[in-house]
Design a protein around this ligand. Structure first.
Ligand code: PGA
Length: 245
């Protein structure tokens, strides 16, 4: 797969009006890479409608570990695919920290989503304490261990890994291009346990305070294939310049 991708994670932000205006501004300016927008659930169907005939794809920010049934409040991967979504973000650090999603649950959700035909943006990343304790690499290795072991090679072709150091998310503090490159290189070496093709072909996004001002330096690194953007994806001008960085 490879090739550059920029995905915007709106988190619990935005409105119907903002969706229409942002997608209109994105459509007017050609973007030079694959672009995915991940608004909250209520806006997905409308987002899919608005991007018809454009090169922008729509993703969700989470999906259920089960396929259907009595799970009040949950949204299944099948429903997302049925609504026209192509991607889902899973294992985001906010889901892991605030909603107690552990590696087993993230794997279960990933398998469901792939089975439903969605591509998965699988997030990994260490906390500041883990980095300071010299445990950044081992934390990310642990988060990838089950997906690498349990998903088939064919399934891995539809997995994108987003490295998002927790200390850089929403803090304004970005990993330096060297720090990000080192971790992305480490992730490729973990993926090579599955196969050298998977290691070479899997897209690796960086996330954590990506802005128009730092995107180009990050994107120059050999193992960085784009970005998962939070805050800056809510501003069409910022997001566009990241897409074109
Ligand atoms: P941020 O968020 O760009 O606001 O740091 C990134 C993310 O959480 O995906």
């Amino acid at each position: 797969m490879r090739g550059m991708m920029v995905a915007g994670n709106w988190k619990m932000n935005g409105s119907q009006a903002m969706l229409a205006s942002l997608l209109q501004q994105l459509a007017e300016v050609p973007v030079s890479r694959d672009v995915v927008i991940c608004p909250p659930y209520p806006y997905l169907a409308e987002a899919v409608r608005l991007v018809t005939d454009s090169c922008i794809a729509i993703g969700a920010q989470n999906s259920a570990a089960e396929s259907d049934g009595a799970f009040t409040g949950e949204v299944s991967a099948n429903m997302l695919a049925d609504s026209g979504c192509r991607y889902v973000i899973l294992g985001h650090s906010e889901r892991r920290a605030l909603y107690a999603e552990d590696d087993d649950l993230v794997l279960k959700k990933t398998a469901q989503a792939l089975n439903a035909g969605l591509d998965v943006i699988l997030c990994v990343g260490e906390t500041l304490e883990q980095r300071q304790a010299g445990m950044a690499n081992s934390t990310v290795a642990r988060q990838l261990q089950k997906p690498v072991k349990c998903l088939s090679k064919d399934e891995w072709k539809r997995v994108i890994v987003a490295y998002e150091p927790v200390w850089a998310i929403g803090t304004g503090e970005t990993a330096t291009p060297d720090q990000a490159q080192d971790m992305h290189h480490h992730i490729r070496s973990i993926l090579s346990e599955k196969s050298s093709d998977i290691a070479a072909e899997t897209r690796l996004l960086y996330g954590g305070s990506v802005k128009a001002s730092n995107a180009a330096d990050l994107f120059q690194q050999p193992d960085i294939d784009g970005a998962l953007v939070g805050g800056a994806s809510l501003d069409a001008e910022q997001f566009l310049s990241i897409c074109n960085a």
